[in-house]
Write a protein that binds this ligand. Sequence first.
Ligand SMILES: Cc1ncc(COP(=O)(O)O)c(C=O)c1O
Length: 476
Amino acid sequence: MGVMQPKGTPRETVLEELAGFTGGDVNWRTGRVLTGVYDPGEEAHALAVEAYTRFLAQNALYVNMYPSIGRLERDVVASVAGLLRADDEVTGNITSGGTESIIMAVKTARDWARENRPHITGPELVLPVTAHPAFLKAAHYCGLRVVQTPVELKSFRADIRAFREALGPNTILAAGSAPNFSHGTIDPIAEMAAAAREKGILFHVDGCVGGIYLSILRRMGEKVRDFDFSVPGVTSISADLHKYGYTPKNASVILYRNRDLRKHAWFVCTSTTGYAVINPTAQSSRTGGPIAAAWAVLRFFGEEGFREIMRRSQEATRRMLAGISGIEGIRVLGEPDMCMFTIAADELNVFEIDDEMRLRGWQMIPQFACGGGPANLHVSVSHANVPHTQLFLQDLRETVETLRQRGPGVDRAAFSRIVGQVAGKPIEEIMLALIPLAGLSGIDLPERMAPLNTALDLLPAGRRDELLTAFFNMTT
Ligand SMILES: Cc1ncc(COP(=O)(O)O)c(C=O)c1O
């Protein structure tokens, strides 16, 4: 049954139906969702909803019709630029999220290089393996070759020597993260940007998750590695509002060192029968809602409000890290620089830990082994998790203890043999081999994901991507 029926449906029924659909959803208000939700608290949330709906119908494409949206965007961009120690030359725009900001950075660099490095016909993007997949997506869309460089496995920061060596005659853009999402570690941005600058290469800092958070921490007097426009050689920065800026989705800021660079961001077209399209970002028509809501939340908290949120989140993170270090059988990877970290296990299967914790209501993100690092569970601590840290540690301790006593539920060695036999075969064969291993029946994912995640973890990344594409293309 589709949505479009011959006759309309009363408002109350529609709302009831919508509410009915959410029965199987994760409840993001429990404080147990440890990723992807940035709940600013009831009052700020209500304000954001009101601001959002007030500007919901206004099309931000037409800033001439709605100058208020242009004004709100300029205010928000200026606030974020100020946090990132920008000078008056820095300029930028609001996008729909980190991915769009990164796509804009890559597209801008590509078009800058077309003008300034016209001899380069096979442009390359160099970045550590910890950089977000959005870069690989952007490179895919913009026709750049990606060169991923290793990280030091003790710290999970970019290996600066390998990074420097990877900067070649075709590199048009290099990037580092502050911090990366996966491990919460800040790359040696100053050294990386200097290396890029020496070779005349643009350098983007992915501050999507950390730009706002780390800047506030620095202003609170905490020691934070330099990553912003104070660093020579940094030519663009992305910083999301809809993460640790605690504003509703979709809002991020892309900033460029100056207008000379930003001029390559624009897409302007008056050569059709239609209206003049003048876009500084990838989207064209878009709601003014996220921009107004971002403005409202920043205004509501002010720096003082954010300082309190960051202070509490840092304290909670320290408590969690200390607690985890006391649980035998698991460990934190690298040296996290803010309220994000990953949990790995040497003997236990982290995906089994994830399943047990999920049954207790905790949502973490499983991440596959990559770049020499093991599979792990990602945690992003937000304001809403702060009151629940003791319970988290207690559940984690009990879960690890139970699994240690029970022994492995997934026979990794047997899985490894089966996956090894099919890894080079056509995708259909891999799928057929994995269905019984993973306990898949039909299109619904199983309650316990450890078998499936273990099998996926054992596949080479390229095959895994192909398999997931085929699976989701078939089932959604
Ligand atoms: C460091 C970093 N960069 C980019 C992104 C992509 O952001 P979005 O999901 O808003 O597109 C994320 C998302 O978590 C991130 O953490």
